[in-house]
Ligand binder design. Sequence first.
Ligand SMILES: *[C@@H]1O[C@H](CO)[C@@H](O)[C@H](O)[C@H]1NC(C)=O
Ligand SMILES: *[C@@H]1O[C@H](CO)[C@@H](O)[C@H](O)[C@H]1NC(C)=O
Ligand SMILES: *[C@@H]1O[C@H](CO)[C@@H](O)[C@H](O)[C@H]1NC(C)=O
Ligand SMILES: *[C@@H]1O[C@H](CO)[C@@H](O)[C@H](O)[C@H]1NC(C)=O
Length: 309
Amino acid sequence: MHKLTHRFGLTLFVLLSLYFVSRRFNVDNAEEISTKAFIKPFISYAPSFFTAPDNKLIACEISKSMSQLTLNLMCLLYNETQYLADNNSFSDTWATSNRSCTKEFNFLNPSEVLKIDKNTVRFAFVRDPFRRFVSLYLNKCVNKNECYDCGSDMRCVVEKIYNSFYDIQNSRNETLKIGHIEAHAAPVTWNCNFHQGIEKWELLAMGSDTEERVSSAARLADILRKQGVRGSLVEKIHKNILTAETAHSTHKSSNRYEAERQVREDPFVRDYLHKIYLFDYLVFPFDRRVLDTAYQKIDSKLFLEEVAK
Ligand SMILES: *[C@@H]1O[C@H](CO)[C@@H](O)[C@H](O)[C@H]1NC(C)=O
Ligand SMILES: *[C@@H]1O[C@H](CO)[C@@H](O)[C@H](O)[C@H]1NC(C)=O
Ligand SMILES: *[C@@H]1O[C@H](CO)[C@@H](O)[C@H](O)[C@H]1NC(C)=O
Ligand SMILES: *[C@@H]1O[C@H](CO)[C@@H](O)[C@H](O)[C@H]1NC(C)=O
């Protein structure tokens, strides 16, 4: 009787062990499969910088993330005399203006001296990825019809972008061509050489709520003052950050409403957007409530470790 109990206990132990081993295996397997479908973070892809050596500043341009404003303010700080002589202003765009700064090697390429200087401050505006996608889609796909052969078919656009990034991340080809749409749609983590460490950067969040924008504008103003930019220029830049943003958010076109609705409601589009931008939400402190419920609870650290393997 005693022996039987013992054997039963042993069998139970073996069965339980097998159960847990296989269960763990399944869990690991499932995680591997799920992380594989996502576009990996931290691939260096077409980083774009502006400098203001006198103020020891390096700004990174992230497309559709206050990029125009970043260029305008850095151009002003790079050489105010030239900026005024060119009649440049904060309403200048790539298309309308003749900026001398963009023809200057030192403006676009941070020198080694600037990069290793302990007092150099790096900053970048980072914007909620789904919102950023809506802006890209309206500008490039709807207004300019530049999105592959998709026209304004958002499902077609997200699928093409995803496939393109999937190829890029799995390619070891150093001379890989930088695509027009890809350069604009790249995940936030692919920008700014963030793979070299995001801790070096002052990240100015541009989310949906006004408070966040006001606080990012104030933080940049503090940075500029600390870097010796004179008061009146700081005021001017500060004011432009606030007004540039309000102009966008108070005047919504019907196209924007429709695009935002589709990003919120279309399961096909959402599936791809999650696959493309999930890591941006895990790496940067964006509000995760825009994600599907299942993704809101993901353990960022675990997920990031999984892809790092
Ligand atoms: C700024 O621009 C002015 C006018 O072109 C030029 O004379 C001056 O050398 C420039 N300063 C710097 C630091 O490049
Ligand atoms: C800037 O504006 C002034 C006055 O409007 C004009 O005389 C000058 O030619 C302009 N400079 C450039 C580079 O467009
Ligand atoms: C920009 O400047 C060049 C000469 O430097 C001139 O030929 C061209 O017309 C200017 N374009 C605009 C949009 O002002
Ligand atoms: C790398 O990419 C370039 C440009 O896309 C292409 O011409 C070249 O054949 C590729 N090389 C390899 C080894 O795949």
